[in-house]
Design a protein around this ligand. Structure first.
Ligand code: ADP
Ligand code: MG
Length: 321
């Protein structure tokens, strides 16, 4: 099978909202007048972002999910995406699974594949998503205010837990491992929550590198500090049964610095607390208050008794030595 047959068979569907989709030199999209375009790219490299053992269907899902997660973090509504794919060979069973997982998630969010590029090379997947948001409504990293509560959606630490089990540094009951592995291989982007938080949250980011590292981006962009509590790591909706099975200190590492969570980390004024919980209920995603934004700079992490923890939590950085 050649390049163009491959594109036609696995990545071409009739255009829905696009003026022109896959097949011409450019896709054409008619923007809704008055809306701002939200654009984001994420690349997945084999061995770096995923293990070669992941199923093609889950990989198709995850490649789009991590991109939709960026739209969610901005409170943008997904519209369309492009897919640049580098493949070592034409493996039809793999392409079938990959495109199936990709389109299942795309259809869930009404997000249309409108173009891309296909080439031979090491397995590498780069997606660019396009979304829209009314001017002034986007949730940005720089909008946190001193006094804001800090929240995280869903559960954190599970993807890292699964990775550590696969690496052999931890062992876990088989059923719990499967739940953690699903979180690593098939994360659910919090698109509905991002939309529901418009006008309620101040700053927002999605947790990809690790909660503390990503909170650091909000602090830097907003020029604020933060105090993180950890009582929620002992017992809250943010800690899954799989993570609950670990001793507290290991749990802390996974939850605070694990990465690959694709949850929303956001801040909101205390008088929005009720609205935050209502938005979470409407979206059927728990949100947990995990700390407070402070004036000045720096992060303080408190233990469950409210005593500052001095050790460092290191989030993921591709180029850190
Ligand atoms: P060009 O050489 O003009 O850039 P290509 O030959 O690379 O175009 O691609 C042909 C058409 O197929 C284009 O519309 C392009 O957007 C689309 N396309 C290529 N690869 C993919 C892919 N992996 N997924 C979706 N569309 C693709
Ligand atoms: Mg061309």
């Amino acid at each position: 099978m050649g390049e163009f047959d491959l594109i036609a068979r696995y990545f071409t569907r009739p255009a829905r909202h696009a003026v022109t989709g896959v097949g011409d030199d450019c896709a054409l999209w008619q923007p809704q007048s008055g809306m701002q375009l939200a654009v984001s790219s994420d690349m997945l490299v084999e061995g770096r972002h995923f293990l070669s053992t992941v199923s093609a269907q889950r990989l198709g899902h995850k490649a789009l999910a991590v991109n939709l997660s960026d739209l969610a973090a901005c409170g943008a509504n997904p519209l369309a995406f492009t897919l640049a794919l580098s493949l070592p060979r034409v493996d039809e069973a793999w392409l079938q699974g990959f495109s199936h997982g990709l389109f299942l998630l795309a259809d869930t969010h009404g997000c249309e594949l409108i173009g891309g590029d296909t080439t031979q090379g090491p397995l590498n997947i780069c997606i660019t998503v396009f979304g829209e948001v009314p001017p002034g409504d986007a949730l940005l990293r720089g909008a946190a205010q001193a006094g804001d509560d800090i929240y995280v959606s869903g559960t954190v630490g599970d993807a890292r837990l699964a990775l550590e089990v696969i690496r052999g540094s931890l062992s876990l009951d088989a059923e719990l491992f499967e739940t953690a592995r699903l979180r690593m291989e098939q994360p659910e982007p919090r698109v509905a929550l991002g939309l529901a938080l418009r006008g309620i949250a101040n700053a927002c980011i999605d947790v990809s590198d690790g909660l503390i590292g990503d909170l650091g981006h909000i602090m830097k962009a907003s020029g604020v500090g933060a105090v993180l509590t950890t009582g929620w790591v002992a017992d809250s909706a943010a800690i899954s049964p799989a993570l609950q099975s670990l001793p507290l200190s290991r749990r802390l590492d996974m939850a605070l610095a694990g990465g690959d969570d694709y949850e929303l980390l956001f801040t909101a004024a205390p008088d929005q607390a009720h609205a935050v919980q209502e938005a979470a209920n409407d979206c059927d995603v728990p949100v947990t208050c995990i700390g407070r934004i402070s004036a000045g700079q720096g992060l303080q992490v408190m233990d469950i008794h409210g005593v500052p923890i001095s050790r460092r939590f290191v989030s993921f950085d591709h180029f850190s030595s």
